[in-house]
Design a protein around this ligand. Structure first.
Ligand code: GLN
Length: 445
């Protein structure tokens, strides 16, 4: 009862046409869904989070530090809640609807039975640090010291946070490529960084090198890259990485690189920035277990960096989370030693899913942009005549029963993403086909 009451109140944002609510609720709602926010208040407004409920119950305005006030409930959470509410097929948030491999789950269960249940060593259980360095050597040819250059974190999201909080000072400029994964901007804001972005534009989302050159200044401390790239599926080419690398060396800039989709590289070889000449010394490479092993809920990630950069990362990690789940770290070490056939099969499976989704979306009538890696594909929704990505996603969830992610939230200037929405294919083939069928039936040009 209370929940449905809140839902109906939450639909009335300050920008909405409905104004039939009291001043008190207006202030609560206004503070939680700020007018100045670039986030989709119309979607946020249909949500009720725990905080909203608490605020309404106690009649207290929501409180939040300035460094976070412009950020809304993450778009992934918002869209997954809408999927449940409308019983829609969720091709939004990137989590597999199938389970990770038995041998890894068994290893975790065994570790719990073996009593690996107290704090792990802060920067990672020794065997996992070794397994990560072995994997990195196999993938990139680089030999790193598991004790001095590898830090285990709670998922890549914490690796990103530890890297940024450990190495960025307030006022430092950090450059991202838009569209960018949402935690980058929020974490940079927590660190007091000055955020700058260079936009990757369809159809190929190539890096505009001249724009990048012009945005680098003497205050630029780091460039954040993500390859394969979420949400576009773009993979950075060797030429692009070479150009970025020489700019970084020339201007003494660090690179933070999020490579969590490295094993989902379909159409070209994944290249780690750290492996380019002169780059290891200035690069933090971040990765995780979740995507490669379909275990996104385990939250095991890591950062690899030379000792002089690892120091900052580890200090931040030590005071953020101190250590990560002990039994899951033990199982992660087993996972990373999976045979080559595991990785080959994973890639084969995902390529089949990608083909089903891409063909399906084309048949529905979308303009589909090529996705070379990740489990995402971005389309232009404008053939269907909806005003922008938010309006399209709202229509899609309510009238068609399918969830996608609006991309405007991944830009400093949301206008740049208003034609694009992201679908994921990390679902079983039946689910992907059903979503396509719903769209074929109900989406009309
Ligand atoms: N990385 C996932 C995605 O892009 C979402 C993770 C999250 O919900 N924060 O869909």
């Amino acid at each position: 009862m209370l929940t449905s009451h809140i839902y109906s109140l939450m639909r009335f944002t300050p920008s909405s046409k409905f104004l039939g609510f009291s001043n008190h609720f207006h202030s609560v709602i206004a503070s939680s869904f700020s007018l100045t926010s670039k986030f989709p208040s119309s979607i946020a407004a249909t949500m009720s989070t725990q905080n909203d409920t608490a605020a309404l119950k106690t009649h207290q305005p929501l409180q939040i530090a300035k460094r976070l006030e412009k950020f809304q409930t993450t778009i992934f959470t918002q869209m997954s809640l809408l999927a449940i509410k409308h019983k829609a097929i969720n091709l939004g948030q990137g989590f597999p609807n199938f389970d990770g491999p038995e041998f890894i789950k068994e290893a975790a269960i065994q570790s719990i039975r073996d009593g690996k249940n107290q704090y792990a060593r802060g920067y990672g259980v020794p065997d996992l640090n070794i397994a990560i360095s072995e994997r990195f050597k196999k993938d990139t040819g680089l030999v790193v010291d598991p004790e001095k250059e590898v830090t285990v974190t709670s998922g890549c999201t914490e690796a990103i946070a530890a890297t940024i909080l450990g190495l960025i000072n307030p006022g430092d400029e950090v450059i991202m490529f838009a569209p960018f994964y949402d935690s980058y901007e929020a974490t940079l804001s927590m660190a007091g960084a000055k955020v700058k972005s260079v936009t990757l534009r369809p159809p190929d989302f190539a890096v505009p090198i001249e724009e990048l050159k012009s945005i680098i200044s003497k205050n630029t401390r780091a460039i954040l890259i993500n390859t394969p790239h979420n949400p576009t599926g773009k993979m950075f080419t060797r030429e692009e990485l070479d150009c970025i690398a020489s700019l970084c060396i020339e201007n003494d800039v660090l690179v933070f690189t999020d490579e969590v989709y490295d094993k989902l590289a379909f159409d070209m070889e994944h290249i780690s920035m750290a492996s380019l000449p002169g780059m290891y010394e200035r690069t933090v490479t971040m990765n995780s277990l979740g995507k490669t092993f379909s275990l996104t809920g385990w939250k095991i990630g890591w950062a690899i960096a030379p000792p002089h950069l690892t120091w900052g990362v580890r200090q931040a990690h030590a005071y953020l989370t101190f250590a990560t789940s002990h039994p899951f770290q033990c199982a992660a070490a087993v996972a990373l030693r999976a045979s080559d056939s595991y990785y080959e099969e994973l890639k084969r499976d995902y390529m089949a899913k990608r083909a089903i989704l891409v063909e399906g979306l084309k048949a529905v009538g979308f303009k589909v942009f090529p996705s070379s890696g990740t489990y995402f594909v971005v389309v232009d929704h404008t053939p269907f005549g909806l005003e922008d990505d938010i309006a399209f996603c709202e229509y899609l969830v309510k009238e068609v029963g399918v969830v996608a992610i609006p991309t405007s939230v991944f830009y400093l200037n949301p206008e740049e993403g208003k034609n694009l929405v992201r679908f994921t294919f990390c679902k079983d083939e039946g689910t992907i086909r059903s979503a396509v069928d719903r769209m074929k039936e109900k989406l009309k040009k």
